[in-house]
Design a binder for this molecule. Structure first.
Ligand SMILES: Nc1ncnc2c1ncn2[C@@H]1O[C@H](COP(=O)(O)OP(=O)(O)OP(=O)(O)O)[C@@H](O)[C@H]1O
Ligand SMILES: [Mg+2]
Length: 251
């Protein structure tokens, strides 16, 4: 009993564990255009964070900065994943460290089959999910494994893009508008996939115009407004706050 009390009081006084993923005061530019203006956020392992805001708020730019793409150019700030300094990395190194971006245009490679798109995604043979495991979770992709990737329907292409991230070492999944242009029934199918990814302990940031769908899935939310964080809190707080939704999300 005494021990329990001691260890409890110790836990309270000790520093909280650092977040699994965090970005701290990140500033990024396209040329001289100042776009990401001091964004900070953090996520615990296995959480889903909805990154929301109006058109042009800087959501895609923030995801691109996290994935360490050349544009926008990050000039200040820090990005940490599981104790690793991502801000010092190039995009291929960030991908090796487990950060996988599924961009809005999905980037399926033309001239390659579904299976070739998946195989090519692997940085090293031991990385990520095997083809067998992917096909078990994505039966639609299994049926179409010999089909050229770019001839898939929009929903199937989105599944392929997510599967490709799973074929790599995946610690942080960055999704840019995964539901865009998809019928509600396909959105539901992708939601189920994202739930099962979460249950594996994979951490996700989802950017979505369909804020309600993203908030339904997410644990927490960050709202951007002209490149700055306007709100950080739980997904429920956003859903329950009509003023906030009206001001920043037009819902
Ligand atoms: N390559 C680029 N060069 C210059 N400016 C850019 C570039 N890409 C984006 N921007 C500008 O950066 C700002 C943020 O764009 P971003 O794409 O990050 O917004 P977003 O929140 O993703 O918007 P949306 O909801 O429309 O996708 C916008 O003003 C946009 O015009
Ligand atoms: Mg965008």
């Amino acid at each position: 009993m005494e021990n329990t009390i001691l260890s409890n009081s110790h836990a309270v006084s000790a520093d909280p564990a650092p977040p699994y993923f965090s970005i701290q005061d990140v500033h990024a530019y396209y040329g001289e255009s100042y776009i990401v203006q001091g964004v900070s956020l953090d996520i615990r392992q296995g959480e889903i964070l909805a990154l929301l805001g109006r058109n042009g708020a800087g959501k895609s730019s923030t995801l691109r900065t996290i994935a360490r793409l050349d544009k926008p150019q990050m000039r200040e700030g820090e990005i940490w994943l599981d104790g690793q300094p991502i801000h010092r990395m190039r995009s291929f190194e960030a991908a090796r460290a487990g950060i996988q971006l599924v961009p809005e245009d999905r980037r399926i490679i033309a001239g390659l089959t579904v299976e070739e798109n998946l195989t090519l995604a692997k940085v090293a043979p031991g990385d990520g999910w095997s083809l067998e495991r992917i096909y078990e979770s994505f039966p639609r992709l299994a049926e179409r494994r010999r089909q050229e990737g770019v001839t898939l329907s929009g929903g199937e292409q989105q599944m392929l893009a997510i599967a490709r991230a799973l074929a790599r070492d995946l610690k942080l999944l960055l999704l840019d508008e995964p539901y865009e242009g998809l019928a509600p029934v396909i959105v539901q199918e992708i939601e189920r996939i994202l739930h099962s990814i979460k249950s594996l302990g994979i951490t996700t940031i989802i950017v979505e115009q369909n804020a309600v769908a993203a908030l339904k899935l997410a644990d927490r939310a960050v709202i951007l407004d002209t490149g700055e964080v306007a709100f950080t809190g739980t997904a429920k707080e956003v859903l329950d706050n009509a003023e906030l939704r009206h001001e920043y999300l037009a819902i």
